[in-house]
Design a protein around this ligand. Structure first.
Ligand code: NAD
Length: 350
């Protein structure tokens, strides 16, 4: 089955979801009128698995491909790696008509997207997600970022890709834990927006299907089209992320993004139940689904520690912090909490 989700943001682009797409990425790119050079950015794990396939497809469509390989893992979302990539583009004489193609998970996509937005004030970007998380979330919507020691994603830009090519066959090589991390983001969509999706996720066989990915991408598209710059509605996508990013930071990024988001969703939902914002059933059904996918349902960090991490997060606006709280499965709202109330709220969720 082939799905195409069209995103009408500041740039219009298609998200194509199909099996075997990595063998056809060159042809899909030529349909945009692209020619010239491609910088294929990937991490060492994905490089060994899928680079050759993508490069062969680009070559057969007449592109010259150079490859920039980063070590896998969050630490590659660094200022040093960003500069190295920008210099690599310059050393290889990339011009405004050339393309950066991000083949990999969210780390590769976020770093490549930021580099593409900065190099010559913007070159064409193609996202080619190979993790479930990148497919359903990070490759769509145009948020790019690197981390700095002071906090995660603190340096970034809004920069929409020109095309997203998602070959769901790539999920077959994902380690189970990495696959589950993508499920955390899908569960997020279910809680905040789509109660039917939440139910469908209780069937594990549904998750890696083209249809499931397209459904999540369509939700993200709906939200991004209404609020591309994260000024209002888009913040609902941060459900679980305020606490999640704090957990990532406190663990020095040894806890993955997906696991941290899962724990963050559990903490905030429990705190929401105790605060009377949503029924108990919302929390119990969330925990059941997180457990089904082997995802964490809590954190070892204290409310005081979490507060320290949360205060470093970019969801801080002056002396308030934005939390997304569920009202029931399929619906949520933003709650702006004064910074001096964070610890009390978070403690209810532990
Ligand atoms: N820009 C956004 O809107 C947005 C949204 C959500 C998350 N993110 C970011 O995304 C990142 C997390 O993304 P991720 O979970 O994809 O992490 P990741 O990119 O680190 O990938 C996880 C691991 O899977 C490996 N891998 C990737 N594809 C594979 C495949 N097909 N087979 C086998 N191994 C494979 C990678 O080498 C890596 O070790 C975080 O940095 C997070 O902040 C960004």
């Amino acid at each position: 089955m082939s799905f195409c989700v069209r995103v009408n943001a500041s740039k219009q682009y298609d998200v194509i979801i199909r099996r075997g797409l990595l063998n056809e990425c060159g042809r899909e790119l030529t349909k945009l009128g692209a020619r010239g050079k491609i910088c294929l950015v990937t991490d060492d794990t994905v490089d060994a698995l899928y680079s050759a396939r993508a490069a062969a497809s680009f070559a057969s469509s007449g592109f010259e491909t150079v490859k920039f390989v980063i070590p896998h893992g969050e630490r590659s979302k660094s200022a040093e790696m960003l500069i190295a990539l920008l210099r690599f583009l310059a050393e290889n004489d990339f011009t405004g008509s050339d393309t950066v193609a991000a083949l990999g998970g969210g780390v590769t996509g976020d770093l490549s997207g930021l580099a593409a937005s900065l190099y010559r004030r913007g070159v064409r970007l193609v996202q080619m997600p190979t993790t479930l998380l990148a497919a359903v979330d990070s490759s769509v919507g145009g948020k790019t970022a690197i981390d700095i020691p002071e906090g995660k994603n603190l340096v970034g830009s809004f920069y929409q890709p020109s095309l997203v090519l998602c070959d769901v066959d790539a999920f077959s090589t994902l380690p189970e834990t990495v696959f589950s991390e993508g499920c955390a983001e899908m569960i997020k969509y279910g809680v905040i927006y789509d109660a039917e999706l939440f139910s469908l996720l209780s069937d594990k066989a549904y998750v890696p299907s083209e249809e499931a990915v397209a459904r999540c991408v369509s939700i993200k598209r709906d939200v991004v089209e209404k609020d591309e710059r994260d000024l209002g509605l888009r913040r609902i996508l941060n459900f679980g992320h305020t606490v999640g990013h704090a957990i990532e930071l406190l663990s020095d990024y040894t806890v993955s993004h997906g696991n941290a988001v899962a724990a963050g969703m559990a903490v905030v939902t429990k705190a929401s139940v105790k605060s009377g914002f949503c029924p108990e059933e919302c929390y119990t059904s969330l925990i059941k689904l997180l457990e089904l996918y082997g995802l964490p349902t809590g954190t070892k960090h204290s409310a005081e520690e979490l507060k320290t991490g949360i205060l470093r997060d970019k969801k801080r606006f002056g002396d308030t912090i934005s939390f997304i709280v569920p009202e029931k499965i399929g619906s949520c709202r933003e709650m702006k909490l004064p910074t001096d109330k964070i610890e009390e709220f978070v403690a209810k969720g532990l």
